[in-house]
Write a protein of this length. Structure first.
Length: 475
């Protein structure tokens, strides 16, 4: 739906285009905060809080003007320098659709009701302007992980309304995460441009030391990049998305979407499939691409900063070239002239010897165990009986996890008394099961192995790995 079809008022943005737009913005935010404090906001209370704001802000307030004027006439009066007063501000807000039409309360006084569209729009503007950038990206990933984890819990409440409680929150968090990654990329570009402007090392140092946003953005990025939980959680979300897309819950999502948004089944199916495709593409491709791009830009920023520091510290002189010219000139001098030149260079250079006391300075040396004793290896000949006994002990202490007996016992459980089984019939969820079936393929030719294995050309895809389709037959 188009936004203007939703608000149904062409003058919705009018107060934000007038001369006193900053005052109008503050006034509507004050009224929104006031409605959170009071169960019912009467017009007299609204006028009082607006009057307090105007007086505290040092804004002149005039006598009440007629409220039976149009919005255009009110704008002309404002542009002409008419002093503000609360009654006209409230009237302006009602005409542009920020406030609902006049309604009489229980005490016979008009009630001030803020429209839903205005409340949501102002809440969006406040969040955008008060955004701190602290931990937002990681919180988005954690939220998606928690949503997906709770969706697969036993008797999950989210599965009652999966479209509203699973898919839509995932898309919202994915969209916000995508926007925050874009903000980070743009911020790095701004930082690089700011670095180029600096002409002295003092101003550059002040920029590095005092720019808190620089530290916030970089610390949040490195937290996501280096924290071991993030890749695990993203992998978990991707795996569960594939399962969720193939379950009956997906069908339930389509039906709920169709009923909630009043769409046909085909339109709802297209929307749900589009959401799944967007989530899988972002987590599988776009997220990694954005992180790699940010990584390259941060490296470029550090290289640029390092170059600027070197240039500013050298005052525009290329020290490497100057030192190279000096050494070439000295090499062509006589020994006496070289001694004089090096003596003058030594007078210009001050070298300070820096020392510090660390833990190693007063650490006590520990004596090595068996120091001074004979630690040579004793050579002795083992008998055949002793070799056999130690070999058996070695086998018993390190049992084969995938021996013939263990694989046979595993297949006995899987067949459950049947004579034949195909692995397509079984749900493989652990790595141990895959390795047992692989070991069965290796033992298929052994006489002591009680099963025959017939392999097919197809593949069986599981969460753990893809395995060749096979049939297990009891001998």
């Amino acid at each position: 739906m188009n936004f203007f079809d939703y608000v149904k008022n062409d003058a919705f943005f009018k107060p934000l285009t007038l001369k006193n737009k900053r005052i109008y913005y503050e006034c509507i935010q004050i009224l929104i905060d006031k409605t959170k404090e009071l169960p019912v906001l009467y017009e007299s209370d609204a006028k009082d809080c607006l009057m307090d704001y105007l007086k505290n802000a040092g804004i002149k307030t005039g006598k009440n003007l007629s409220e039976n004027t149009s919005l255009d006439e009110d704008a002309e009066k404002e542009e002409g320098g008419t002093e503000l007063q609360p009654g006209v501000i409230i009237f302006l807000f009602r005409q542009c659709g920020w406030l609902l039409p006049q309604e009489i309360g229980r005490n016979g006084e008009y009630v001030v009701n803020i429209s839903i569209s205005c409340r949501r729009f102002m809440d969006f503007l406040r969040k955008m302007t008060e955004k701190t950038g602290e931990g937002m990206m990681s919180n988005r990933i954690f939220s998606m992980y928690e949503i997906m984890k709770s969706a697969f819990e036993e008797d999950s409440v989210r599965r009652e309304r999966p479209y509203t409680n699973i898919l839509v929150p995932l898309i919202d968090n994915e969209t916000e995460l995508k926007n925050e990654l874009s903000d980070l990329k743009d911020s790095i570009s701004g930082i690089m441009k700011a670095v180029i402007v600096f002409q002295d090392i003092n101003s550059f140092g002040q920029f590095i030391m005092k720019d808190e946003m620089l530290d916030r953005f970089f610390s949040e990025y490195f937290f996501i990049k280096n924290n071991g939980l993030i890749p695990t959680q993203i992998s978990y979300i991707k795996g569960k998305l594939r399962i969720l897309r193939q379950e009956e819950t997906c069908e339930k999502m389509i039906k709920e979407c169709s009923e909630k948004l009043q769409l046909s089944y085909e339109e709802a199916q297209e929307r749900v499939e589009g959401y799944f495709a967007e989530l899988q593409y972002f987590l599988g491709v776009e997220y990694e691409a954005n992180m790699e791009l940010i990584d390259r830009r941060i490296n470029n920023y550090y290289n640029l900063a390092n170059t600027r520091i070197m240039l500013m510290a050298s005052n525009g002189v290329r020290l490497e070239a100057a030192i190279n010219d000096f050494l070439n000139t000295v090499s062509k001098m006589t020994e006496e002239e070289q001694s004089i030149a090096m003596g003058k260079v030594a007078d210009c250079t001050r070298i300070t010897n820096q020392k510090y006391v660390g833990y190693k300075s007063f650490e006590k040396n520990k004596r090595i165990k068996n120091e001074g004793e004979n630690i040579g290896l004793v050579t002795a000949e083992l008998s055949e009986e002793e070799k056999r006994r130690q070999t058996e002990n070695l086998f018993h202490s390190s049992p084969n996890r995938y021996s013939v007996d263990r694989v046979s016992a595993f297949l006995d459980v899987q067949l459950s008394g049947e004579d034949e089984m195909n692995i397509k019939e079984k749900t493989i969820q652990e790595k141990e099961e895959i390795l047992m079936y692989a070991a069965a393929m290796l033992y298929a030719k052994n006489e002591e192995f009680p099963y025959d294995i017939k392999l097919s050309e197809g593949l069986v895809k599981t969460e753990i790995a893809d395995i060749t389709d096979m049939t297990v037959i009891k001998k």
